[in-house]
Write a protein that binds this ligand. Structure first.
Ligand SMILES: Cc1cc2nc3c(=O)[nH]c(=O)nc-3n(C[C@H](O)[C@H](O)[C@H](O)COP(=O)(O)O)c2cc1C
Length: 371
């Protein structure tokens, strides 16, 4: 069932929302391999940072990944407006404004969820951005700042009146960060009060969770973040379950390992071997989660420094999971991979290894694993 976000028609009901340090070009490419229709977004991008470095690779978009939005954070209307123009030029199908990030480094500067305490400023931001771009403007926010100030309903109404074309609501307060469970009943209240599309967000890890969230809230779509980590197949499985009531099995271990190695090699090619392997470690841990007797392999994966090491470890794991057939299936995918000079293929692309700095230390602030 398509969703209309202003002038943008989105074919599916699943949205993979921004995740700093995760939803980069490579991650989104992996998602697109398994799902063509979901809505995508970049990591959050600092509007102020863009004034100094408009060419940040955080906004790199691939031609075949639309529909995709660029998420911006900031609290200065003029700066946000300029940043939005840059993002539109980069090819964003919509501009999402981050009003939900709970991390002190962001909220201390009045950005992210701090804007929920300054609705007038939040309104100005939407108006300023709306005024200068022709693509739809959306906002992502939480239930409120803390237990005593759950202003999401009024906040959503204010955003709609200011011209937001859709909103995503994470069913937690800033105070909760990621603790407790997401309160879908309050998301339902936001949905009831608004006419623009609402994406409900929080704690969807299985297709049945998505169906329950949509039923309970009446939301137009569902935003699924942590559930997709090492598990992008969740997205097409949700869509099939919602559209046809069919619950597909998750892929087998070898298919998971194949996507894992593609993800890792993609990161090395794009970011260089040092950053690529370092960032791959947590993704690889996610892909291999739950595999039988995988602990020693996972331990080794946390220490990888080269593409060849990853291929070696994952091929051993494929064999353990599915015998010689599994190993052959895995190796067939990487047989033409060019390990280049030694083991540093990504170093040769000259694309500025080390230039990838998400605005927050994601390992420190976000609980990546399912609680
Ligand atoms: C590693 C990580 C990074 C995140 N970065 C962002 C971000 O840049 N912008 C944002 O609006 N939300 C960010 N989030 C929040 C998610 O988009 C989502 O709202 C939250 O994880 C709840 O959804 P979930 O239960 O499906 O994970 C991040 C979450 C995680 C786990």
């Amino acid at each position: 069932m398509p969703i209309q976000i202003g002038s943008l028609t989105v074919p599916g009901r699943v949205y993979v929302p921004p995740m700093a340090g995760v939803t980069d070009l490579v991650y989104r490419n992996i998602v697109r391999k398994v799902d063509k229709g979901c809505l995508l977004a970049t990591e959050m991008v600092s509007s102020k940072g863009l004034m100094f470095k408009p060419e940040t690779r955080l906004m790199d978009l691939a031609e075949d990944e639309h529909p995709i939005g660029i998420q911006l954070f900031g609290h200065e209307p003029e700066v946000m407006a300029q940043a939005a123009q840059i993002a539109e030029k980069k090819g964003a199908d919509f501009i999402d404004i981050n009003m939900g990030c709970p991390v002190p480094k962001i909220t201390n500067g009045k950005d992210g969820c701090a804007l929920m305490r300054e609705p007038d400023l939040a309104r100005e931001l939407v108006l300023a951005v709306k005024g200068v771009v022709s693509v739809p403007v959306t906002v992502k926010f939480r239930l409120g700042w803390d237990d005593n100030t759950k202003n999401c309903v009024q906040f959503g109404q204010m955003l709609e009146a200011a011209g937001a074309s859709a909103v995503t609501v994470h069913g937690r307060t800033r105070q909760q960060r990621y603790s407790g469970t997401a309160d879908w009943t309050m998301i339902a209240e936001v949905k009831k009060a608004l006419s623009i599309p609402v994406f409900g967000n929080g704690d969807v890890f299985e297709p049945e969770d998505a169906a329950r969230l949509l039923e309970m809230t009446g939301c137009d779509g569902v935003a699924v973040a942590r559930g997709t980590l090492g598990n992008p197949w969740l997205i097409p499985r949700i869509t099939k379950y919602l559209d046809h009531g069919i619950l597909d099995d998750p892929p087998d271990s070898v298919d998971r390992l194949i996507l894992a190695v593609q993800h890792c090699l993609g990161l090395i090619a794009y970011k260089g071997v040092r950053v690529g392997t370092s960032e791959s470690r947590r993704h690889l841990i996610n892909y291999t989660k739950g595999m039988h007797k995988s602990a020693p392999y996972r331990n080794r994966l946390t220490q990888i420094n080269s593409a060849a090491e990853v291929v070696g470890i994952l091929s051993e794991l494929s064999e353990q999971e599915a015998g010689a057939e599994g190993k052959n299936r895995f190796l067939a995918v990487v047989q033409n991979y060019d390990f280049g000079d030694g083991e540093n293929p990504g170093e040769r692309n000259g694309n500025g290894e080390g230039s990838f700095k998400p605005p927050v230390n994601v390992d420190a602030v976000f609980p990546v694993a399912k609680p």
